[in-house]
Design a protein around this ligand. Structure first.
Ligand code: IMO
Ligand code: MG
Length: 427
């Protein structure tokens, strides 16, 4: 048995979905452990592209796919996703949804939007999917859980009571219209009927799978710098996307984790607000955005683009206990000219630090210290063998390994499943 945790090492959108899909055929279970439909995991198989938000990216080949206890589930969004899969002829009978997961209610999305609007220019730039408000209700111990959908009378009772309280806040604090609980109940009843057969005690199920000695792959959403505690607070999400989040979100002990695979985009991107030391605001950033189609899979927003930052990667390596790296989008960097790697931050007093700071305000004053490496012009998307990569691409990868001290085991040279170079197998 081998359990691998796959996490994003940057600000999300590292290509987690494509690597989960690639590894899923060797795993017996794929488990999402945090986040919700704020995630947008893109999987490309043959000539078809799928954008998954809640359903694990193992759905195309793995025999068990679990939405774990730490996830916040919008049943309406989940049903939409299942309908999309059905339309594409994808069998999702392997899906299991944790009875302990939280339910996103329409008021969570409304509060997410109202709070962002109230913040104006200092907004966080959330996906407005209700993620923060749903986790707030969980911490406040008033959240509705997936198990409450099993007996709909329990759900109805809880939802009616909560709607009353939320409508007080909506109308009196925000001067906004109240929610219509009757409409909500009709919609959620339909969704409950569809997802009920998939609801189960996923903690018990997962432990059975592990006791049988089977391989498990944990699929992180978002990224290390979006972690609620460890990330660029307050410009973060409301869950723990780091490897430690697996223990709580899936219900396993830390000793059950064998390997932690950090997914690294060959450059850096970020959606939403917050500091970004290596951000490229000019033509180069624009070039990378267009070449890499860097637009959010969930919200369609243009992603901010910049050079690779090993201060971030080293921070990620330590926090997640990374044992291996997979690099995505090496193809995108081909043809952009020389490439840069940030190895430190120059502080206003002229000294250089390689410590990622707790205060995001400090990051805004830092200047990146770069190493410049020669680029590669060739189209590398057809390459499947590491040795065939252009020398400059290999030198770039070697430099990342040297600066982080973590071995690279896989390389993405395109979005498609087959556009993957395997250096070492982890299953
Ligand atoms: P995947 O799994 C990139 C960002 C939002 C915003 C912040 C908080 O596809 O990598 P939230 O709606 O979570 O309260 O928003 O987090 N964000 C992501 N950025 N990829 C994601 O997921 C993200 N999920 C949330 O843009 O800055
Ligand atoms: Mg995304």
């Amino acid at each position: 048995m081998s359990s691998v945790v796959l996490v994003g090492t940057q600000w999300g959108d590292e290509g987690k979905g494509r690597f989960v899909d690639f590894l899923a055929s060797k795993a017996n279970a794929v488990v999402r452990f945090q986040g919700g439909d704020n995630a947008g995991h893109t999987v490309e198989i043959d000539d078809k592209q799928f954008k998954l938000h809640l359903v694990p990216s193992g759905i195309f080949s793995c025999k068990t796919n679990i939405i774990g206890s730490g996830v916040v589930v919008n049943p309406v969004a989940l049903v939409e996703e299942l309908n999309m899969l059905k339309k594409e002829g994808v069998d999702y009978s392997s899906l299991r949804i944790a009875s302990r997961a939280q339910v996103i209610m329409p008021w969570h999305m409304i509060f997410d939007t109202l709070k962002e609007e109230a913040l104006g220019r200092s907004d966080i730039g959330t996906t407005r999917k209700g993620i923060g408000p749903a986790y707030m209700d969980r911490a406040d111990r008033v959240g509705i859980r997936i198990c409450d959908l099993i007996d709909f009378t329990i759900f109805e009772q809880k939802a009616r009571e909560l709607a009353k309280q939320k409508n007080e806040i909506l109308t009196k604090l925000y001067n906004a219209p109240p929610v219509n609980i009757e409409e909500i109940l009709v919609e959620y009843k339909k969704c409950a009927d569809i997802i009920r057969p998939y609801i189960t005690d996923t903690v018990a199920l997962l432990h059975k799978i592990m006791e049988n000695g089977e391989n498990v792959l944990f699929e992180g959403a978002q990224g290390t710098l979006l972690d609620l505690t460890i990330g660029t607070y307050p410009y973060v999400t409301s869950s723990n996307p780091i490897s430690g989040g697996v223990c709580i979100g899936a219900g396993i002990g830390p000793t059950a984790i064998d390997n932690v695979l950090g997914i690294v985009k060959a450059y850096t991107t970020r959606v939403g607000k917050g500091p970004f030391v290596t951000e490229l605001l000019g033509a180069k950033g624009e070039e990378i955005r267009e070449k890499g189609h860097e637009y959010g899979a969930t919200t369609g927003r243009p992603r901010r683009c910049g050079w690779l930052d090993t201060v971030i990667l080293n921070y990620s390596a330590k926090i997640n206990g990374l044992t291996h790296l997979a690099i995505s989008r090496m193809d995108t960097l081909g043809g952009v000219g020389d490439v840069k790697i940030c190895t430190g931050y120059k502080q206003p007093d002229g000294t250089v630090t390689d410590v990622f700071p707790a205060r995001w305000e400090l990051l805004s004053d830092y200047e990146p210290v770069y190493e410049t490496l020669p680029g590669w012009t060739d189209d590398i998307s057809h390459i499947r063998d590491y040795d065939e990569l252009p020398e400059n691409a290999k030198a770039y990868l070697k430099r990342i390994e040297k600066l982080t001290g973590v071995p690279i085991v896989m390389i993405g040279v395109g979005a498609n499943r087959v556009e993957t170079i395997v250096i070492e197998t982890i299953y």
